[in-house]
Design a protein around this ligand. Sequence first.
Ligand code: NAP
Length: 306
Amino acid sequence: MEHIYDVIIIGGGPAGYSAALYATRAGLDTIVLERLSAGGQMALTLDIDNYPGFDEGIDGFTLGQKMQQGAERFGSKSAMADVYSAQLSGEIKVLETSEGTFKGKSVIIATGAETRKLGIGREDELTGRGIHYCATCDGMGYRGKTVAVIGGGNTAVEDALILARLSEKVILVHRRDSLRADKVYHDQLMKTENIEIRWNSVISELVAEEKFQGIKVKDVNSSEESFIPCDGVFVSIGRVPETKKFADEIKLDSQGYIVADETTRTNIPGVFAAGDVRTKALRQVITAAADGAVAAYFADEYLGGL
Ligand code: NAP
């Protein structure tokens, strides 16, 4: 007989495993479908210092494993399965995956958002060894050093301001001659003495031997290239939520995030969105974990009404 889960959770990051923990503790038959390994984006972060309870910090991979084990302790199942397509509108939700078909009465989407990559040579190889995508997560490693921040939006400016408090010097590299970031940030940026701005510039090369050495940037008007020596680069050029496969049925905002409020309910009954994939102000491990708990709570309420 085919198995129909109470809750299928797509994505095994902090939102997914916190949802699994709460759902199984509530007695719901729960499975987490994860593509790679537990932890999601968090697993790529070396030191997590801003998740309470770990007084010396913890690496993202280990925290992901702990979250998975914590949920499995209460009976949550996990499967390595890549979800290819989903039919979510019916009372029974159907997911086609690399490991076959999964069916559930409710679904929690916790697929997260990937940071947008620069798309230049050696980017993957140098990730975590000079190239970073989260100043709040990895900035501490650059205390007293020189860093470059790429981008001109709110995240890039926030990252530059965070790093300016830690690093000796920050060079903000932006591809245009004006910022996309909200006006409120402009003054703060201009007033911060150790931030220098390189306008109209794009990265053309990452330079590293044993250690990271710096970046080559090209002026978009003159095509002139110059070398910026720095110890690390923070890429802050936006994020790409993992929602394409749900776009036919689920309401997304203009950036592709799933429209869901603090209840995590989406436009489809029985389908919830938790963590970075949801419209929200602060995307961090702690807010994702909180969302997972809320999603499981409302999934339980939904199932109780069936
Ligand atoms: P964003 O607003 O999309 O800005 C991305 C920035 O990166 C833009 O300046 C863009 O340049 C640049 N960029 C994009 N692709 C690039 C590439 N391939 N190479 C070089 N530069 C590139 O993204 P975000 O700053 O991450 O913010 C995402 C959303 O979260 C926004 O709606 C933002 O307002 C919001 N947010 C809000 C707050 C806050 O209110 N405190 C904080 C953070 C984020 P162009 O300007 O030329 O397009």
